[in-house]
Write a protein that binds this ligand. Structure first.
Ligand SMILES: *[C@@H]1O[C@H](CO)[C@@H](O)[C@H](O)[C@H]1NC(C)=O
Ligand SMILES: *[C@@H]1O[C@H](CO)[C@@H](O)[C@H](O)[C@H]1NC(C)=O
Ligand SMILES: *[C@@H]1O[C@H](CO)[C@@H](O)[C@H](O)[C@H]1NC(C)=O
Ligand SMILES: *[C@@H]1O[C@H](CO)[C@@H](O)[C@H](O)[C@H]1NC(C)=O
Ligand SMILES: *[C@@H]1O[C@H](CO)[C@@H](O)[C@H](O)[C@H]1NC(C)=O
Ligand SMILES: *[C@@H]1O[C@H](CO)[C@@H](O)[C@H](O)[C@H]1NC(C)=O
Ligand SMILES: *[C@@H]1O[C@H](CO)[C@@H](O)[C@H](O)[C@H]1NC(C)=O
Ligand SMILES: *[C@@H]1O[C@H](CO)[C@@H](O)[C@H](O)[C@H]1NC(C)=O
Ligand SMILES: *[C@@H]1O[C@H](CO)[C@@H](O)[C@H](O)[C@H]1NC(C)=O
Length: 462
């Protein structure tokens, strides 16, 4: 290498290593990314109060979130609304859903016995009479089962728009061993009681459902449009790149307890593509967003992230239309009614960045950092320092693609210097920072991060 070339190389390296930026663009776009950590997302848009409510699998409890904006749910207000205290619903709490039925809140979730034996997974119900699910108590309403009492997970409930009858659909085993996961339906006499026999409405049959053993149909979610009851479900091994999302439909006037009323489409709606692997367990909102998880990286199995994708409706047959999985590195238009963002975009990704941002008021602001850990499977950490003093920490889990991580930070009205320093053993890279124009509610995690940082500081420097 010549001296000139070496000099040029070192200069480029130095430039890429660290960068300060003050210019921003006002944008109405975001990366369709909801959370760097999570699976089995459920999102419900309240018809009148403007909140999005959400939950996901946390394994040890049921936690709910809410936010005025879909894109900021990850740092919305949250509450642990149930901790296991029953030996039949004790561990491995999976795929909770929060429903508003007949003016009360219900949570449906799967859990197993205290020995953690998967064969003992069953569905359970919680009920809260309060108008606001963050107030009052969720009461344990016991198990939701038909008379067979077989293995059951991923239960969902819907009210028929014409007859007002309630139905439960879940993924279950036919017998007592894991041969395959079948979708069953049963009629309900109230939101916590099944009063019919279970009826099989779908089992894995197509090549894309049966390429891993045991064969799986699971994650059923109902969305009704015009005359069509759409049952969006997941198929193939949830632990593989082949996990995908399919569609089953029934006509609104059909007998839903008759298996022939339900027709499965021969091709999946969404599968691995555009650098994303194993899309599954989608939840569909009334404003046309699919919230779903993908593997965090090629072959990561149950290490998953939560993403968003817009869909539209086929007015002819009342089914949802999905184009291919959105390119994770391309910003898309923000959900309706979300405030503009100021995007501070670097030309090239850097290891260490300083953003000079202009805040329009004093208080908590949401920042969205496009960031990644560079070493496969390794988590890295960033220190966020505002004006050389207030400090937050940010953990960055490994993903093949960029992650958008939301942090709630205290800013003063006017100029603020936000410094992002990589403190992990693994290198990281920053590409952009968005300042969300209005304040979101302060998250508990942020306060905790400050506390943890102060404690670790004391431990290190005593
Ligand atoms: C609830 O689950 C989450 C995720 O596992 C965990 O971080 C949190 O500490 C749990 N909270 C309680 C009160 O158990
Ligand atoms: C479990 O906790 C709930 C409150 O979350 C309470 O209503 C219920 O009585 C408890 N059950 C047992 C068996 O302790
Ligand atoms: C635990 O839940 C099961 C199933 O609903 C119920 O039969 C049992 O009474 C509950 N036990 C307690 C102590 O609440
Ligand atoms: C996104 O992930 C895919 C699959 O691993 C990879 O080919 C692609 O380079 C990634 N893109 C970026 C920008 O990281
Ligand atoms: C994903 O990983 C597998 C196994 O390492 C590899 O064969 C395949 O090419 C990868 N897929 C993509 C799209 O990078
Ligand atoms: C509902 O479906 C019928 C046919 O089943 C169609 O004629 C009508 O246009 C649809 N309505 C809407 C609002 O899409
Ligand atoms: C932060 O510290 C640097 C060097 O220590 C100094 O140049 C800069 O003015 C400080 N910034 C603020 C906003 O205090
Ligand atoms: C950061 O420093 C700037 C310029 O020195 C000042 O205007 C701003 O109020 C400071 N912000 C905070 C959060 O202290
Ligand atoms: C923030 O959360 C509190 C409850 O913790 C609520 O009273 C307040 O209305 C929320 N503010 C916004 C802007 O959402």
């Amino acid at each position: 290498m010549t001296r000139a070339l070496l000099f040029f190389y070192l200069m480029t390296l130095a430039l890429r290593f660290s960068k300060s930026i003050s210019n921003y663009a006002a944008v109405n776009t975001f990366y369709p990314f909801l959370s760097q950590d999570g699976a089995d997302p459920w999102v419900y848009k309240h018809p009148t109060n403007g909140f999005y409510y959400a939950t996901k699998s946390t394994q040890t409890n049921v936690t709910i979130w809410r936010s005025r904006y879909l894109s900021t749910l990850d740092i919305g207000q949250s509450k642990v609304i149930w901790l296991p205290n029953n030996t039949t619903a004790c561990r491995d709490v999976w795929a909770p859903e929060l429903h508003l039925i007949q003016q009360k809140w219900y949570v449906y979730f799967a859990a197993t016995t205290c020995d953690g034996n998967n064969a003992n997974h069953r569905m359970f119900v919680l009920e809260n009479e309060n108008e606001d699910p963050f107030q009052g108590e969720f009461q344990f309403r016991g198990q939701l089962t038909d008379e067979t009492n077989k293995w059951a997970i991923d239960g969902t409930v819907f009210e028929h728009p014409l007859t007002k009858e309630l139905y439960s659909i879940w993924s279950g085993w036919e017998g007592d061993i894991d041969v395959m996961q079948i979708l069953y339906i049963a009629h309900m006499s109230n939101p916590y009681t099944i009063d019919s026999k279970r009826v099989e409405i779908a089992r894995p049959t197509f090549a894309w459902e049966t390429n891993h053993s045991p064969h799986v149909n699971e994650g059923p979610e109902v969305i009704i449009y015009n005359q069509t009851i759409n049952l969006v479900f997941s198929a193939s091994g949830s632990w593989t790149n082949d996990y995908c999302i399919g569609l089953i439909t029934a006509h609104i006037n059909a007998n839903l307890m008759d298996p022939v009323s339900w027709k499965k489409r021969s091709e999946p709606l969404l599968k691995s593509e555009n650098g994303l692997f194993g899309p599954g367990h989608g939840s569909l909102t009334s404003d046309n967003w699919l919230v779903f998880h993908t593997a965090a990286y090629n072959g990561s199995g149950w290490t998953r992230q939560i993403r968003l994708q817009l869909f539209s409706w086929n007015k002819e047959d009342g089914t949802p239309i999905f184009t291919e999985l959105s390119d994770p590195n391309k910003p898309i238009t923000l959900p309706q009614n979300e405030p503009q963002r100021h995007r501070y975009q670097l030309d090239l990704p850097v290891h260490h960045a300083t953003f000079n941002v202009e805040a329009h008021m004093t208080g908590f602001h949401t920042i969205v950092i496009q960031v990644r850990s560079k070493e496969r499977t390794q988590t890295t950490n960033y220190l966020i320092t505002i004006n050389n003093s207030t400090t937050y920490t940010m953990d960055v889990l490994y993903s093949d693609n960029w992650s958008s991580i939301l942090v709630s930070v205290q800013l003063q009205s006017g100029q603020n210097t936000i410094d992002l320093t990589n403190i992990g053993a693994t290198p990281g890279e920053i590409y952009s920072l968005d300042l969300v124009s209005t304040s979101n509610n302060r998250s508990h995690a942020t306060g905790l991060s400050i506390l943890v940082f102060c404690l670790s500081f004391l431990i290190h420097f005593q």
